[in-house]
Structures are given as C-alpha cells and as structure tokens.
Design a protein around this ligand. Sequence first.
Ligand SMILES: [Zn+2]
Length: 190
Amino acid sequence: MTFDACPRKERPEFSTEIVNYLQHEQIPATFFVSGLWAEHCEAGMKRLAEVPYFQIGLHGYHHWKSSDLTEAVIASEIERTRSTILQMGYNPQPYFRPPYGDCPPKLVKVAKSLGVLTVMWDVVSGDPNPLNTTERLEHRVLTMTRNGSIIIMHVNNGGIWTAQALPSIVAGLHEHGFEFVSVGALLQHV
Ligand SMILES: [Zn+2]
C-alpha cells in the first residue's frame, strides 16, 4: 500500500486518521512525500517518520509534471526533495513516485543516474475523485489487486474517501489472503 503526500492547498494537508489506522493494523505502508508538503506539514512528516515499519519515498519538490521539465530540473526536483527530508532529520528511501503518474523515459533515466528507482503503481484506488464513494474504492482495489500489486492512495486529504474506505479494503485484502509489505520489501522479491 502506498500513499502520496501531495502539496495541496484547498484541503487539510494530512490525514491522521489514515495513519492512526495503518499503525493500529501495523501495516508497513510506503509514503511518497513532496518536499513542499514536508515543509508545510512538519507534524505530518514527523508522524510518518516515527513509525519504524513505514517507508518514506520521494514525490518531487513542487509536484510538477515531469514531461514539461528539462532533465536538470527533474534532477533538482528529486534532489531538493531528498535534501529537504534529510535536513528535517529523516532518511528517505531512494524511490521516486512521479507526480500525476507522468513518467517520461527522461525521468526514469535521470532518477537512475541519481541512484533513485522510479516507482509507479498498478492499482488505482481513485481516491482523489470526489465522485467516487467508499464502496467504489473498495470494489476497485479488491478486484484489481494481485500478488505484488502496488496500490496508490493519498494521505494529504486529496484522498477524500480514503480513511473511510481503508478498513474494509484492508479486511477484504486479508480475506483474499494478501499480506502487506513495504515497497522496499516488495523489491527484494523482484
Ligand atoms: Zn501527488
């Protein structure tokens, strides 16, 4: 299970409800954090970093679409996010989640040159869509998830139904026999 923390202005920026639930269930989730989000939401960043089985990855500094950027700017988006999180005293993993899923070949190449692996997803929960419902989120995730799947949701409250849908999603996936691992643990099996 992965959760992006995007720098949105129009809604509260961090869902403690999601994190409390994940911690209560001891789910080793991975969070892709934008540098701007981390700066604006220090308490949220601290909260994520203090859970030992959570992993923190990178989600760009400004949350720009990579196709519009030069290779130099892509590199600085990755490095600035990494250095922002490091300066806050936390240690991000070398994984990059492209904002908006915009993943041109130049991004993968630049990330690789910086020792960073680009991490996409195969299961779209659809949680930023206000037209979705908890039932739709649950249905999508439970029908699409396979062994090794990476599920994308949002922890910055861009995920409108995420907190409400999460308990039934987790229960349903457990019923189907799935276990949750961090992205780092998943990569060890690739
Ligand atoms: Zn995002």
